[in-house]
Design a protein around this ligand. Structure first.
Ligand code: 5GP
Length: 187
């Protein structure tokens, strides 16, 4: 088995740009959810690095402005998409810690929104669990690829139609640990 993890050359979003934007998102979320408990719901596996940094950014924003508290709970779901000719966009929940959402504010934390099918499925599923509200925070948005309309409340970066890896996003389970977003040039 070949185990290569040589970094793709083309950096699309640098580590410092990612961290600065996540800091801004954390501050905005603390302002919007001031003094309300929030469930951060991470979508495995791609969102893990973003999730961890966003959670810390929310903490730091509270330290900078101590009158604003946003107590956090963590939950995670894992979804799988089946792309085939009969059902081009079937999405299924294969694992989910969604027991504690009733009457709570939920913020879905996604790595990237592409066609929108994953988010649409998750949104519909979560509403059956009777949360108080559902909002969406995605690190990356590829609006040119959208097939179904989805509402996104917080967007880190809008990117062009290109396949990206790093900072949680993989190609064949590689590159997730890059601290930046890169365009995969060759495979
Ligand atoms: P959607 O249902 O919006 O089409 O798909 C979202 C999922 O597709 C993401 O969570 C991610 O797993 C995958 N995806 C979409 N675009 C990219 C990309 O550019 N790079 C990687 N690594 N995954 C992508």
């Amino acid at each position: 088995m070949s185990v290569t993890n040589s970094p793709p050359e083309s950096v699309l979003i640098s580590e410092s740009h990612l961290q600065n934007r996540i800091h801004e998102l954390g501050a905005q979320i603390v302002t919007d959810y001031e003094n309300q408990e929030l469930v951060l719901l991470g979508v495995l596996r791609g969102s893990v690095l973003f999730f961890a940094d966003l959670a810390r950014a929310i903490f730091r924003a509270q330290v900078e402005n101590p009158v604003r508290e946003v107590p956090l709970r963590f939950e995670f779901v894992q979804l799988v998409s089946y792309h085939n000719s009969t059902k081009p966009s079937a999405v299924e929940l294969i694992r989910g810690g969604t027991d504690y959402l009733e009457e709570r504010h939920v913020l879905i934390v996604e790595d990237i929104v592409d066609t929108g099918h994953t988010l649409k499925f998750l949104h519909e599923h979560l509403w059956t669990l009777k949360p108080k509200s559902i909002k969406v925070c995605t690190l990356l948005d590829k609006p040119s690829q959208r097939q179904v309309p989805v509402a996104i409340d917080y967007i880190g970066f809008e990117i062009p139609d290109t396949f990206v890896v790093g900072y949680g996003l993989d190609y064949a389970q590689q590159y997730r640990n890059l601290p930046y977003i890169a365009v995969l040039e060759s495979t």
